[in-house]
Ligand binder design. Structure first.
Ligand code: SIN
Length: 338
């Protein structure tokens, strides 16, 4: 769908393209007190119309890439989004990209784009916890904050950022922590990149050089299953995932990415057959480190470091799609924090 301009404005303002995908930010309901709402019912143009002063921050164009709740995002949508952002970012007349997205899987889309978009132009993802028609909907304020970040000179070269609740997060660490609260997004290990203040965006630290991976050519990406560990677990789910054709397994392990002996043994057996096994943790904080509780070197396993299970899955899918399959090379990619 071609981009459409919001209004003719001073050509000295940066030009931003907003790519919308759906989610609560575009949701409509009668009132906050009513439980349900229709995701993706409101256009990005209408959302921006509710942001006071948006036309003084940037010239804004709009494109609709999808109109879905983010629970329905697929790797096919990721590829469409990444291709379109790449095309737009290559244009001299586009300065930054904004992606509106449901919050539920925003962290996964953010990491996929962060890993595969080579552009230095800012790419900011934004959503909302309350639908556009709710009392105190957070969408307009989040959109305004995202525009401030997208147009900030220090945003270049940082890859994909997530902006909600006046907080700027990096794609690798950001995670949704609350089912309902507007402060749901946190960067539990590395901390936020910065904040949006009444005076504009403020970054707490400089950007770091980023290595990107080639965008996979087509969907579906290689199947990677997440297996959640629990007390008294056996190897049934690992075996089921392998039978279903998984080329990678992410263990959402207990503590330091651990699980019952039979589960670790099944992962090691799978690794011998070429199925890459990554140990992440069901704990929300802290890294999963190599060779502490589990002998990764001997078993051919990978430690997820700071990547939570959902992030570990995305990273492993992109690596496998690019032919990165040995535990050593996969481990090097998991050791990165950029
Ligand atoms: C979704 O992720 O699409 C629904 C929830 C939200 O956007 O907050």
């Amino acid at each position: 769908m071609p981009a459409s301009s919001s209004s003719p404005l001073s050509s000295s303002l940066p030009r931003i393209v907003i790519l919308s995908t759906g989610g609560t930010i575009a949701g409509a309901a009668d009132a906050r007190s009513k439980g349900g709402y229709n995701a993706a019912a409101v256009s990005a143009q209408s959302l921006i119309a509710a942001v006071p002063g948006a036309e003084e921050i940037a010239r804004i164009d709009f494109e609709q890439v999808a109109a879905i709740g983010s629970q329905d995002i697929t790797d096919a949508v990721w590829l469409t989004l990444a291709r379109r952002i790449t095309e737009l970012a290559a244009r001299d007349d586009v300065d930054a990209l904004l992606v509106t997205h449901g919050t539920d899987t925003m962290e996964e889309t953010a990491l996929f784009l962060h890993l595969t978009l080579a552009t230095d132009k800012p790419v900011v993802m934004v959503g909302a916890m309350r639908p556009s028609t709710a009392l105190s909907g957070d969408g307009p304020a989040n959109l305004r904050a995202a525009l401030m970040v997208a147009t900030h000179p220090e945003s270049r070269g940082r890859g994909v950022m997530v902006v909600l609740n006046d907080t700027i997060h990096g794609a690798r660490d950001v995670t949704k922590t609350s089912t309902t609260q507007v402060e749901t997004f946190q960067s539990p290990n590395l901390g936020p990149l910065g904040y949006v203040t009444p005076n504009g965006a403020v970054f707490l630290r400089p950007g770091t050089p980023r290595i990107t991976l080639p965008l996979p050519e087509s969907a579906p990406l290689p199947r990677v299953s997440i297996v959640h560990a629990y007390a008294g677990m056996d190897d049934l789910l690992i075996k089921a995932a392998i039978d279903a054709g998984a080329r990678g397994l992410v263990l959402a392990g207990v503590g330091d990415g651990n699980a019952a002996r039979t589960v670790i043994a099944a992962l090691a057996e799978a690794a011998k057959a070429g199925v890459v096994g990554v140990r992440a943790s069901r704990c929300p904080l802290g890294p999963v480190l190599r060779n502490i509780e589990v002998s990764d070197d001997a078993l051919g396993l990978v430690a997820a470091g700071l990547h939570n299970p959902a992030k570990a899955r995305v990273l492993l899918q992109v690596l496998l799609a690019n032919g990165v399959t040995t535990p050593t090379t996969v481990q090097s990619a998991f050791d990165r924090t950029d």
